[in-house]
Design a protein around this ligand. Structure first.
Ligand code: NAP
Length: 478
């Protein structure tokens, strides 16, 4: 592996070459340099070698830096920097200072900053901007920081195929983009180096769009669990002296899950309806929604998927009902008492209709629920046209809300009329769960009224209601 010390002198500041000069004539593999022989440096070197590059390491201890990928070589930073036109900086930001002294050797070279930080806003400027400030003559490109050493070593997979990059030099970005493509990644240009801070924040994010839906789900689950615990267990113990605490495991859970599922399903569709009314009220679609509504709309998919998860749990808990000891005991007890007392219960057609309709609505609702979940998978939604996707998510979505709400109404039937269901003056849980979906259905029906629907469709097609006394809507268009 030859080291060409004339490279830095001959490379003009705006020209970016991946091959050391003097070797371009021969069809030789390109030589790249990596500063740092740590986890990322070694994984990256391994991957570059596998994809046909030659690699040289710049290290503080070139003779004792531990095992490196076979076929690579370690040198001191200065020699390594001069040997290649592109240098990966696989060193933590806190240790960047040593590069200041290498400014002459790094002048005109592409410096790929792969670093991340432990926390957001730790420094006033991004690591890549800091590196650019240390070596103003180099072309700093922020890239590869969203990949782990492990994924670099193993090659791209569906989950981490993308390499985000940004930088001020178009040629430098092109050089990094080409190399990323050769390594099997898809490069996504995020603009100038000022976007580096945003890229450095990416790996610190922990399910950002799931946070709000999960908080809502946990809050609702906790509230309904304690509400039903008080009504179904504590009330019985205090008022009747009966210990029904065993109901917590299945009965209570199988009440909480469908309640949370139904409310979350309604919450998934409610912001769309609110947005519709807001547009009708404002008479335009060109005004931004309030922030809270924007945030709510953006996490509808996650709300829907959590609702589906709770619906799955409800189905599973319902399936075990017939094998429960408590249920088998009650059936046997009832049969034996009928035999003893020589009496037969009369078949009630209304109850049969009600029970069958209740199950049927539940099954249909769950079937559509699953369809909504499947169609939200990227691989499925990508295969659908926009019209097909919105038909499933909107029309079938509202049908799902309707089936599930009706299923709950049938479950309650006329129980809400009986005073003994209001234990300690509290309404039963299912009644509370019906509030949001019922409001949603009523609002949606109002939006479907022909005169309202016509106005909303026109607004969504760009029509604006201009108020002669207030020119604010017009001003928004200019
Ligand atoms: P690491 O295992 O700690 O390696 C860092 C390397 O930097 C060391 O092996 C050392 O190499 C060099 N170094 C340490 N102190 C130095 C100093 N004072 N002056 C000059 N060089 C020094 O860290 P890493 O996991 O490879 O991470 C390197 C960079 O990649 C970090 O900025 C990190 O945020 C980023 N990153 C890492 C991963 C990952 O999965 N590990 C993923 C994305 C981004 P020598 O002994 O050879 O000089």
């Amino acid at each position: 592996m030859s080291v060409d010390s004339s490279v830095s002198k001959e490379v003009k500041p705006e020209s970016v070459l991946l091959c050391p000069l003097g070797t371009t004539a021969a069809p030789e593999q390109k030589l790249l340099c990596i500063f740092g022989t740590g986890d990322l440096g070694r994984s990256l070197g391994q991957r570059l070698l596998q994809c046909g590059y030659r690699v040289v390491y710049g290290s503080r201890r070139p003779n004792s830096c531990g095992p490196l990928p076979r076929g690579t070589k370690a040198m001191n930073h200065e020699a390594a920097a001069m040997s290649a036109a592109l240098v990966f900086v696989c060193v933590h930001r806190e240790n960047y200072d040593f590069m200041e002294a290498l400014a002459p050797q790094l002048n005109g070279k592409v410096l790929v900053d792969v670093s991340n930080n432990l926390k957001k806003n730790l420094y006033p400027e991004s690591n890549a901007e800091y590196l650019q400030r240390l070596i103003p003559g180099a072309h700093v490109v922020k890239a590869f920081n969203t990949l782990s050493a492990w994924s670099l070593q193993n090659g791209p997979s569906d989950a981490n195929r993308q390499v985000y990059l940004c930088g001020n030099s178009v040629q430098a970005k092109q050089a990094v983009e080409e190399m990323a493509t050769k390594l099997g990644f898809a490069a996504l240009d995020r603009g100038s180096l000022s976007a580096a801070g945003e890229l450095e924040d990416f790996p610190l994010q922990l399910f950002p769009e799931w946070r709000l839906p999960l908080r809502v789900a946990v809050g609702l689950t906790a509230f309904f669990f304690f509400y039903l615990l008080m009504r179904d267990v504590v009330y019985k113990y205090v008022e009747q002296g009966k210990d029904t605490s065993f109901r917590i495991m299945v009965s209570l859970a199988n009440k909480v899950f469908p309640i949370v599922s139904l409310i979350m399903l309604a919450l998934c569709y409610l912001p769309g309806v609110i947005a519709g009314f807001l547009q009708l009220y404002r008479g335009t679609k060109y005004r931004r929604f309030p922030d809270w509504l924007d945030r709510w709309m953006l996490c509808r998919k996650q709300i829907g998927l959590i609702a589906l998860g709770f619906a799955f749990l409800h189905v599973l808990y319902t399936l075990v009902i017939p094998i429960r000891y408590y249920v088998r005991f009650r059936i046997a007890e009832n049969t034996i008492s009928q035999i003893r007392e020589n009496r037969t219960s009369v078949f009630d057609t209304t109850t049969a209709w009600r029970a069958d309709s209740y199950y049927s609505m539940g099954i249909l609702g769950f079937g559509l629920y699953v369809l909504l979940g499947i169609s939200s998978l990227p691989s499925v939604s990508n295969a659908l046209s926009w019209r097909e996707f919105s038909f499933i998510q909107s029309k079938l979505g509202y049908l799902t809300v309707f089936f599930c709400t009706f299923h709950t109404y049938l479950y309650g039937w006329d129980r809400f009329l009986h005073p003994n269901t209001y234990k300690w003056f509290t309404p039963p849980g299912y009644l509370l769960s019906l509030v949001v979906p019922s409001v949603l259905i009523v609002l949606k029906l109002l939006l479907l009224l022909p005169c309202v629907d016509r106005s909303l469709t026109r607004i969504r097609q760009g029509w604006e209601r201009t108020d002669p006394e207030d020119g604010s809507e017009k001003a928004l268009l200019t």
